[in-house]
Ligand binder design. Structure first.
Ligand code: HEM
Length: 439
């Protein structure tokens, strides 16, 4: 596989002022009898960090969704979470996550050799050539949409960019969809993204969307296997022809789960793009600097958007072998949650973490255990997101488009607040713009 350049230049440099809170000083499992799900649902992004701060520790036990759960925060916790073979993923994710966001049998739930072989397939798609192809497709899609938006009185950026990215995702993977099917496909992928933390109709929409999408893509996988030459060189073909650690091809339904593991998160990048637009609006000096052609600052801006805004609150694993860390016992079978959002806002790592300040990336890199909006550790060996490079690339194209390829107004009467009880979060109005003029 072609070597990958790190998207965030993740040097292994030690961050300044790291002082883990000691878990040995106080009891950190005082409330195992109480189910904390209501408190957690109210504030999924800060539940762990706030409770940890109150208890004066980086690790504590609680009960979530009726299951004993150990919560961890801080970069040292990330090192343990990603560094230890004693934590596994099989059986860790709640069922509702498997039925909506992840799908069953996908790379997220694999461990050891089975995971390494499947993950290598994803990593083989993240070459400089594939990244370049993605950037070109995204650039063309943005230019075409900007022309279309200039003829519209108002544009809901989140809605439009989600469709734009769905189009790009299909073109990149080799899933051929005619343009009229894009809104429907986007709605399905969004339903999967928005369902896991939802209750009622939103949750059910996500489940139905997954069942239907897996069925359709499994059929497509069978067609690729009959005529692979028609899909030569595409990620779709790579998944369809992939052989697992046991040498067998994937069950078509599992292959569909993995194709969706490419399509769905590319559409999810639309949330980061919307947050980037919000950040440009809130920080006009950033807009000016990037518009003037400062490409180094563009990179810093994108990294700060990934660090600052709420997306994935946490990731889950399960204890395979009992161990102790920070004076805390991790019994076999225990579900463990790592506080991604809390680590990206940890004041021991990030100076004034609640300030949006792209400049911080001018003097430091995001470490493999400090900047973790898409997981931490090693991309190849662990579960860290293989799409991190593509995410940064797609965001850079989007911010370039928003600052250099178009001008627009931001509708004053709209609700740009970000409800924190909703994961994944989004500005309420979706960011509505008007008076779009191609540059
Ligand atoms: C919207 C931006 C994205 C965010 C916030 C995001 C976040 C994450 C997170 C938090 C994980 C889990 C890390 C862990 O379990 O430790 C993950 C894994 C994964 N992501 Fe992303 N991701 C994004 C974009 C992408 C893209 C663009 C792709 C592919 C095109 C992708 C494909 C995957 C896959 C396949 C995994 C599972 C990896 C494994 O289990 O080994 N993601 N992502």
């Amino acid at each position: 596989m072609t070597t990958l350049e790190s998207p965030s230049r993740q040097g292994e440099r030690e961050p300044a002022a790291r002082c883990p809170r000691s878990g040995a000083e106080r009891s950190t499992s005082p409330v195992l009898g109480v189910d904390d799900t209501p408190a957690f649902r109210l504030n999924p992004y800060t539940f762990i960090s706030e409770r940890a701060r109150d208890l004066g520790t980086d690790v504590f036990d609680t009960r979530l969704l009726l299951r004993a759960t150990t919560c961890m925060t801080g970069p040292e916790a990330a090192r343990v979470f990603y560094g230890e073979r004693r934590l596994v993923r099989h059986g860790a994710a709640p069922r509702r996550l498997l039925l909506t966001l992840f799908g069953r049998g996908g790379v997220q739930s694999l461990d050891g050799e089975a995971h390494a072989v499947r993950k290598a397939m994803f990593m083989s798609l993240m070459t400089p050539q594939e990244r370049e192809r993605m950037r070109e497709l995204a650039g063309e899609a943005w230019r075409e949409r900007i022309g279309r938006w200039s003829r519209m009185p108002r544009v809901n950026l989140f809605e439009e960019v989600s469709e734009l990215l769905c189009e790009v995702a299909c073109a990149w993977t080799g899933v051929r969809l005619d343009r009229r099917s894009i809104p429907h496909a986007t709605a399905r992928l969004r339903a999967m993204i928005e369902a896991p933390a939802a209750v009622g109709p939103r949750y059910l929409r996500g489940r139905t969307a997954r069942v239907q999408a897996e069925k359709g893509i499994a059929e497509l996988v069978r067609r690729v296997r009959e005529r692979p030459e028609r899909f030569a060189g595409t990620p779709l073909q790579a998944v369809a022809l992939h052989r697992d650690a046991d040498g067998a091809p994937l069950d078509p339904r599992v292959a569909a789960v993995e194709v969706l593991n490419l399509l769905r998160p590319i559409v999810a990048v639309g949330r980061f793009v919307t947050f980037a637009a919000l950040a440009l609006h809130a920080n006009p000096h950033c807009h000016e600097r990037i518009a003037a052609g400062d490409d180094a600052y563009l990179e810093h801006f994108v990294q700060e958007v990934r660090r600052f805004y709420p997306f994935f609150p946490m990731v889950a694993a399960k204890v395979a072998e009992p161990f102790e860390w920070n004076g805390h016992r991790f019994p076999k079978g225990r579900r463990v949650l790592l506080d991604l959002h809390g680590i990206d806002h940890d004041s021991r790592v990030w100076e004034e973490p609640e300030e949006f300040r792209p400049e911080r990336f001018g003097t430091r890199d995001g470490g493999a255990f400090d900047l973790v909006p898409q997981g931490g550790g090693d991309h190849h060996r662990g579960h860290r997101c293989p799409g991190e490079w593509l995410t940064v690339d797609l965001m850079k194209v989007a911010v370039t488009a928003l600052t250099r390829w178009m001008s627009y107004g931001v509708l004053p009467e709209q609700d740009l607040s970000i409800p924190r009880w909703r994961a994944p979060a989004l500005p309420t109005s979706g960011f509505v713009i008007d008076r779009v003029i191609p540059a």
